[in-house]
Design a protein around this ligand. Structure first.
Ligand code: NDP
Ligand code: 2IT
Length: 443
């Protein structure tokens, strides 16, 4: 049995109740086979065994009191996965589905993603099974304060720097930052995605969605093509989806769908982002409200955006939201590119089918790395006590996304998998991390 297969089997046996973690490890390790075979020193140093084991996982209780005086208890996590390349770095997810396996899969992916950005950041992820939906501002604040009362013992600007993810945006980061500063009595860049008046970076809000579109744009440019005139299908209507839609529209595409956890809208005239932002960001309402306000829009309950014919599909909601049947439908409808804005939105089976069918498949750890890369830029600005203009940050972001595209494309070519960005991104992210881990000894 090969080294890779043995480690995958061990991960399956040791983490049997963590299907998302097993899925992420299987996808990455399988694609690393050519580089592992060519470098026996990795097996000698038990490098894969170390890479799949988090350095530390913290699980803690978050008690809080709702507006009617009822006491609630949530479970929270911070998985500090790998600090070889820099302080642990990764978002905080607040969603009822959160469990240790989901946070581990996200932390594992983050480690490779952060390596690809070329910025000095290790990998980590955190979150809680708290559901922010329907909670008042005061309830959100009390939860965030209680969450940070424990988390603040484990993080710091040079130790671990959390940020946003599903359910965690500027409001939550603000409450968490305030509580961190109050308890630790230190003003430092311990979180990214902060408000602009207290250390946040311009363009961080837009960065993941914009970066996703820049990544695809680089591919198109290299093939004498562009976004102009393309039909794009997007899932999600949160931070990543919103700014992916905005940038794709700016580049001349027509985006015809968006979704939330209740349903999806088909807008043949192209999404009106001002109305969408009012509904989802300001009112925090359901996406059906968009259909009620914009003429010619159809609303459907449940899932289904992948049934709409398109040139480019961008899943931007959550993990495992694009299945084999969806992939078949996309291919049958003539879709040419699938670019992941979310983390692991495409199942393994669907990913393999899309690649075999000749589509360009942009894996999230490369194509959605613009968010964390801009978080890295926020950390730099905080350390230097300065702030860059929107244009300066956006230019850097664009450069980073171009570099990630070419790093993945070149690595794929080098190992005989031309055009396979999954293999390319995994190998490029892994090589840098693995060689740094070897240099730092058995730790
Ligand atoms: P948001 O909370 O802003 O938005 C999430 C969107 O996805 C909402 O429309 C939400 O619907 C929908 N959604 C969430 N969970 C589910 C589910 N289980 N089924 C169906 N729809 C769901 O999160 P983000 O936009 O920040 O994150 C989206 C994805 O992008 C995640 O995978 C995240 O890990 C990834 N990502 C985020 C980055 C960032 O900088 N924020 C960076 C890189 C990746 P509803 O409104 O009903 O909840
Ligand atoms: O998945 C991700 O890359 C994020 N949620 C962003 C993490 C960050 O630290 O900005």
């Amino acid at each position: 049995m090969s080294y890779v297969d043995r480690v995958i089997d061990e991960v399956k046996a040791k983490n049997a109740h963590e299907p998302e973690f097993i899925q992420a490890v299987t996808e990455v390790l399988t694609s690393l086979k050519p580089v592992i075979d060519a470098n026996p020193q990795y097996e000698k140093a038990a490098l894969l065994e170390r890479i799949v084991e988090p350095e530390r996982a913290i699980i803690f209780r978050v008690p809080w009191v709702d507006d009617t005086g009822v006491v609630h208890v949530n479970r929270a996590f911070r998985v500090q996965f790998n600090s070889c390349l820099g302080p642990y770095k990764g978002g905080i997810r607040l969603h009822p589905s959160v469990n240790l396996g989901i946070i581990k899969f996200l932390g594992f992916e983050q480690t490779f993603k952060n390596s690809l950005t070329t910025l000095p950041m290790g990998g980590g992820k955190g979150g809680s099974d708290f559901d922010p939906k329907g909670k008042s501002d005061n309830e959100i604040m009390r939860f965030c304060q209680s969450f940070m009362t424990e988390l603040c013992k484990h993080i710091g600007a040079d130790t671990d720097v959390p940020a946003g993810d599903i359910g965690t945006g500027a409001r939550e980061i603000g409450y968490m930052f305030g509580q961190y500063k109050r308890i630790r009595n230190v003003w430092e860049g311990v979180l990214t995605g902060k408000g602009l008046s207290y250390g946040g970076s311009l363009a961080r809000t837009e960065a993941t969605g914009y970066g996703l579109v820049y990544f695809v744009q680089e591919h198109l440019t290299c093939h004498n093509d562009s976004f102009a005139g393309k039909t794009v299908v997007v899932s999600g209507s949160g931070n990543v989806a919103t700014y992916a839609v905005q940038k794709a529209q700016q580049l001349g595409a027509t985006v015809v769908t968006m979704s939330d956890s209740s349903g999806w809208v088909y807008d043949p005239n192209g999404i009106n982002l001002a109305v969408m932002k009012q509904v989802k960001e300001v009112e925090r309402a359901r996406i059906s409200e968009y259909a009620a306000r914009v003429e010619g829009v159809k609303y459907f309950a449940g899932r289904g955006v992948w049934s709409i014919p398109c040139d480019i599909a961008m899943p931007c909601a959550t993990q495992n939201e694009l299945f084999i049947d969806d992939a078949r439908q996309l291919v049958a409808n003539g879709c040419k590119i699938v670019a992941e804005g979310a983390n692991m939105p495409t199942t393994l089976e669907a990913t393999e089918y899309l690649i075999e069918s000749g589509l360009v498949f942009c894996p999230g750890k490369a194509s959605n790395a613009g968010g964390v890369a801009t978080s890295g830029l926020e950390m730099s600005q905080n350390s230097g006590r300065l702030s860059w203009s929107f244009e300066e940050v956006e230019e850097k972001l664009k450069g980073i996304m171009k570099n990630i595209y070419h790093a993945a494309d070149d690595a794929a070519k080098l190992y005989g998998f031309e055009g396979n960005l999954v293999v390319g991104a995994n190998i490029a992210g892994f090589k840098k991390l693995a060689d740094a881990m070897l240099a730092q000894g058995i730790v």
